[in-house]
Design a protein. Structure first.
Length: 179
């Protein structure tokens, strides 16, 4: 099997990103969210949302992984959206279950972090749903440090955990893209 190719995402990738996004939610959160909610996720609505977001790439970094011309993963990040206190935020990262454990997720994070570094951002974070054991382990392997917890009521009651990287962590992860 050849190594996945990474490239910046564009509006034409919206449907593929939506497919990976929905499959990623269904895989990562089965057992944490009600099956009816996960089964009801709508790829076409998600694709429309991505079509609106992707042209505004100047404010964010969205990268796709391709294998045999099929999007098998993506990551998206940019300026911090809330008041967490970091300079940057990873908004989403998902890899198809059939493409996991091949280094794609680490390479996607490295590309997004390289963009943060190039933007002179000194810290970054992301939010992961508590109970996503594989996700939390992945972020720890990349040097993320568990931080704040927050409770949410929608779509069902759940808790999220932040994983945080300082300047050195951003530089270390982004260097993986050059390795």
């Amino acid at each position: 099997m050849t190594e996945a190719m990474l490239r910046d995402a564009g509006p034409d990738d919206a449907a593929s990103i939506a497919r990976v996004h929905v499959e990623g939610w269904r895989t990562a959160y089965r057992g944490l969210f009600p099956d009816a909610y996960l089964d009801g996720l709508d790829e076409s609505k998600r694709a429309a949302d991505w079509r609106r977001r992707l042209p505004a790439r100047a404010a964010r970094h969205t990268v796709v992984a391709l294998e045999a011309d099929e999007v098998t993963g993506f990551a998206s990040g940019g300026p911090e959206r809330g008041q967490h206190g970091s300079d940057a935020e990873v908004y989403a990262i998902y890899v198809l279950s059939t493409a996991r454990r091949r280094g794609i997720g680490g390479r996607l994070m490295a590309r997004v972090f390289a963009g943060f570094r190039d933007d002179c951002r000194r810290s970054a974070h992301l939010w992961v749903h508590a109970g996503n054991v594989a996700g939390e382990a992945f972020y720890r392997r990349l040097g993320g440090v568990a931080g704040a917890r927050a409770d949410h009521a929608e779509p069902v009651p759940h808790t999220v955990v932040s994983y945080e990287w300082d300047r050195v962590g951003i530089e270390r992860v982004s260097a993986m893209d050059r390795a």
